[in-house]
Design a binder for this molecule. Structure first.
Ligand code: UD1
Length: 323
């Protein structure tokens, strides 16, 4: 059994990782400053994990939390392309300075391996599809630049300090516990909760942009495989984590409408600044080196996510909270 440290443990991906590790009987420590994470994501984990309220920018605290850790799963970040366009400095601090603080702390604590939540946004708008890791990155938004910079730092740390690192380029991860409440929330969390409440949905652009939407269980699995993989296959490297299929927003809107029984038409608005048109991954490298393959496809993932949000709305209503 090993000790895992999850940064951003109260977030969507961090809390899902924690639940799976706890289920497997591993020792889990985590930290979050609740800038984007949610306390309710930790409720089920109470008494099963060691939690510290801490910011990535608190270098002393981060050094302390890394002591005795075998694997770091670095999920903490200020996500969102549009948020980074509006305020590049704040997201730069968390996503770049915060990542550097954590890498230094992990190095000094003798952590065995750091696995990092990188992003498909690094590929930007290069016309070739599918995107493979050998392509030259072409980030568009500040967020994409920041996530790419984190990858480069990980590879550097593996080269100059001998600490093992793996970067996982997530392709539009979705599923239970993704926060739907911010204007910057992922599109599927927004659409599902808007449709369940019979509210209008907005599509930015013509809706023909496409994404390799990836269900959360696939991302959790990729992280655990990245910890277990032989160093000679993965150390200092970058891997796509996706499904290898893509759906346009118009298609996705129709699929969700059918699952939920929603009858409104979408409202179309101007495309978002910094948006990528198409995104689709080649996942063969992750398959070869990590043994990764998606276990939950897009439509099944949508169904599971819709069910989860339905239950979440019922729980909120039963507690007397506004739905
Ligand atoms: C990008 C990254 C993704 C990363 C995420 C972090 C790419 C291809 N993907 O996601 O890997 O995890 O940043 O934030 O760069 N949209 C609407 N209506 C809405 C909301 C969004 O039409 O109400 C559209 C957006 O304009 C976009 C698509 O839906 O075209 C997906 O948006 P979003 O879910 O925010 O993710 P990306 O920006 O694609």
């Amino acid at each position: 059994m090993a000790t895992y440290l999850i940064s951003g443990i109260a977030g969507f991906i961090g809390s899902n990782l924690a639940r799976e590790l706890v289920r497997r009987g591993e020792t889990v420590r985590g930290f979050d400053n609740f800038q984007t994470g949610k306390r309710e994501n930790l409720e089920e984990l109470k008494g099963k994990i060691e939690f510290r309220e801490l910011s990535l920018l608190d270098a002393t605290g981060v050094k302390d939390v890394c002591r005795g850790v075998d694997y770091v799963l670095h999920q903490a970040a200020i996500p969102s392309v549009p948020k980074s366009v509006l305020d590049p400095v704040t997201s730069h601090e968390s996503n770049i300075t915060g990542t550097l603080n954590l890498l230094i702390a992990a190095r000094d604590a003798g952590v065995k391996r750091v696995v990092y939540a990188a992003s498909s946004s690094a590929y930007g708008d290069t016309p070739a599809l599918p995107k493979h890791e050998g392509m030259m990155p072409n980030p568009i938004s500040p967020y994409a630049v920041q996530k790419l910079c984190g990858e480069l730092y990980l590879t550097s740390f593996s080269r100059v300090y001998g600490m093992e690192t793996v970067s996982l380029r997530y392709f539009n991860i979705f599923g239970p516990r993704q926060d739907p409440t911010s204007p910057y929330s992922g599109v599927l969390a927004k659409f599902i909760t808007q449709m369940l409440a019979d509210r209008p949905c907005t599509i930015f652009g013509d809706g023909e942009q496409s994404r390799d939407f990836t269900y959360i269980d696939n991302a959790v699995n990729a992280n655990l495989l990245a910890c277990a993989a032989l160093a000679e296959k993965v150390n200092g490297r970058v891997f796509n984590v996706a499904t290898g299929t893509r759906f346009s927003l118009n298609q996705t809107f129709k699929m969700l409408s059918a699952i939920i029984g929603y009858s409104r038409n979408p409202e179309y608005q101007e495309p978002r600044a910094g948006d990528v048109k198409h995104s689709l991954a080649d996942i063969s490298k992750a398959h070869q080196a990590l043994g990764y393959q998606p276990t939950v496809g897009f439509e099944e993932g949508l169904r599971r996510t819709v069910e989860w949000y339905k239950q979440a709305v019922l729980t909120m209503t039963a507690r007397g909270m506004p739905s």
